[in-house]
Design a protein around this ligand. Structure first.
Ligand SMILES: Cc1ncc(COP(=O)(O)O)c(C=O)c1O
Length: 391
């Protein structure tokens, strides 16, 4: 294969949150399948571009110019068939910053913001850290499949929800919301006059048989009340370069968000962010196709391994993302005992369900974006310490 995703590259000593942080707190022998970045190199063209930029040696202030916006526009068109005028695109370093700023700009303290749980907690925490009221609408889990409980959502919308935070596709449950579901969400937002903030950071990992729909594309009415958060961070493994693009069709909404950026003193992208995005969004489609294929292989491998060696575990079929949400309740509901098994005995770090809210208890999230040999060793360790192992 042209791209060697099997290559194991140590991330130790790179200040990696996923690896160095863990080794410091839990010891050298741990394998990390937790934090949602990849243990795989960014596309070679991105690496070369950043190397060349680094060699230039002058790291002064940077800005985004036409070639940057052209790259973003072409990407949105190619990936989601979404034609976006340049002025809708607002640079913001991180999506989490954008979500927080949106909450600050469009709600007052004490206002209600709705999210579907279990969910990636930093998005939910942006609500409570800003002294707003977090309204949780739990997803229903039926025969291994997560769905939005629209009756529950509507009841909660009646509490005066000002913003619906949508994670699309959803982290951690891996749902890719269908057009019909998004239409129902949109209808509720219109009926109860709520802004919709869609975090589409995982939208470039959609598995066969599913399709990502940008909620703002559903109608002009929806576009007018939508803020779509996009990023090459997950797609090309560029998280620490801090690049996201917040797409805001409504002029007034956009101006208010930009005022929030100015108030927070957030201005230009970093020196490496602009060339990295430009090359990733314009010249790396083939790499991304190969990566997706590799990740699909990892998903199939993990599912088969679990079925063969830990059949009481149940992998929730992922429709998108490189994260697997695994139901461990047949082994144990209690998170402390799951931690004892996986972290203490097997020496593997995964994301435990309660870190996504209380509905996550008894589940784990496994990040499969790692070379297959690392994944294999981690799974073998987990299976070797499996509490229900047959003698
Ligand atoms: C759903 C979701 N949103 C946002 C982020 C973080 O984005 P950023 O690094 O741009 O703040 C993550 C990272 O795991 C995520 O899963």
């Amino acid at each position: 294969m042209k791209y060697n995703f099997d290559e194991v590259i140590s991330r130790r000593g790179t200040n990696s949150a996923k690896w160095d942080g863990l080794l410091e707190s839990m010891g050298e022998d741990m394998i990390s399948l937790s934090v949602a970045d990849m243990d795989l190199k960014a596309p070679p063209m991105v690496v070369e571009k950043i190397e060349a930029a680094a060699r230039h040696g002058i790291y002064g202030y940077t800005d985004a110019f036409s070639s940057y916006y052209n790259a973003v526009q072409a990407w949105l068109d190619r990936s989601y068939h979404w034609q976006v005028p340049r002025e809708w695109i607002v640079f913001c370093p991180r999506i989490i910053q954008a979500v927080s700023l949106i909450i600050q700009q469009f709600t007052d303290e004490g206002d209600a913001v709705l999210i579907h749980t279990p969910v990636y907690q930093p998005v939910a925490k942006a609500v409570t850290l800003n002294n707003r009221v977090l309204i949780e609408s739990p997803l229903t889990f039926n025969q291994g499949h997560y769905e939005i409980n629209f009756e529950d959502m509507e009841l909660r919308m009646q509490q005066g929800v000002k913003i619906v935070l949508l994670v699309s596709p959803h982290n951690p449950v891996g749902r890719v919301w269908t057009k019909a579901e998004l239409e129902r969400i949109g209808a509720l937002c219109i009926k109860y006059d709520a802004l919709i903030v869609s975090d589409d950071i995982h939208a470039d990992f959609i598995h066969e048989g599913h399709e990502h729909t940008v909620i703002a594309k559903l109608s002009e009415e929806m576009a007018e009340r939508s803020i779509i958060c996009t990023s090459p961070g997950k797609t090309f493994n560029l998280a620490s370069l801090e690049i996201s693009n917040i797409i805001i069709p409504n002029d007034k909404v956009r101006e208010r968000f930009m005022q929030g950026l100015r108030q927070a003193g957030i201005q230009n992208p970093t020196f490496f962010a602009v060339p990295a995005l430009e090359i990733a969004y314009t010249a790396c489609d083939e790499w991304l196709r190969a990566l997706r294929e590799y990740l699909s292989g990892n998903i199939a491998y993990t599912k088969a391994f679990i079925e063969a060696h830990m059949p009481e575990l149940s992998v929730v079929e992922p429709e998108g993302t490189y994260l697997l949400w695994v139901d461990c309740r047949a082994v144990d509901q209690a998170e402390n005992r799951l931690k004892q098994w996986i972290e203490q005995m097997a020496r593997v770090s995964v994301s435990f369900g309660c870190s996504f809210g209380r509905e996550g208890e008894g589940f784990i999230r496994i990040n499969i974006a790692t070379p297959r040999s690392v994944l294999k060793e981690a799974l073998e360790r987990i299976a070797a310490a499996y509490p229900l192992k047959q003698a």
